[in-house]
Design a protein around this ligand. Sequence first.
Ligand SMILES: CSCCC(=O)C(=O)COP(=O)(O)O
Ligand SMILES: [Mg+2]
Length: 227
Amino acid sequence: MIRLVLLDIEGTTLPISFVRDVMFPYAAKALPALMQDHTNPTVVAARADIVMEHPGQDPLKVCQDWMKADVKAAPLKTLQGLTWRQGFEDGTLQADLYPDVPPALKAWSKGGLRLAVYSSGSIPSQKLLYGHTAQGDLTPLFEDFFDLSTGGKKAAASYEKITAAVGLPADEILFLSDIGAELDAAQRAGLTVCQLVREQDGTVPHPGVPQAPDLNAVSTQFGLPVA
Ligand SMILES: CSCCC(=O)C(=O)COP(=O)(O)O
Ligand SMILES: [Mg+2]
């Protein structure tokens, strides 16, 4: 029986186009000024991590290249999160979730399911995003938020850590993602998984895992409370 749903964000609850065409350009514009900040300890630590990984290279250029290739690098995700704060708080950014998402999350939570997020986006940016949606603040629906500080999403060990943190048998956790390698890793750790194959995102169906086009279909397939 599924007791907790663990959700990816990009490509699962939020269209990839919103991340690539709205959030990334916003961050790209704000990043040059942010990276000049030598007083913010979070910026200083992220810049030091980038320099250690890419010695002799301009950290801003490294971040720009990472963004173009959508590399899920922890220091980049931290820095992007800092830039998005302003945008979400002043209303320039508002999370345009897939329409099936808010009603399904509310129905699942109301029906007693526990909900948590696992995304490459930093925990502060996850909270900003779910805190600023067209349907209002959805953060109270989630009991936990996990990011790359738990480990990479393609490593089974990360899902083992999350399983330990939530204190449930692994197969009672349903992990939802669009990315095959993430689902494979979660499955290796014993979690129940389902791939969101979003037509709008052109998701490539991954062999060997259950699939659903949206969260309503997930409810039907796994017997979860219906919106
Ligand atoms: C608050 S998440 C912003 C989107 C993002 O930067 C990202 O990397 C999402 O990756 P995911 O693991 O959710 O596919
Ligand atoms: Mg994703």
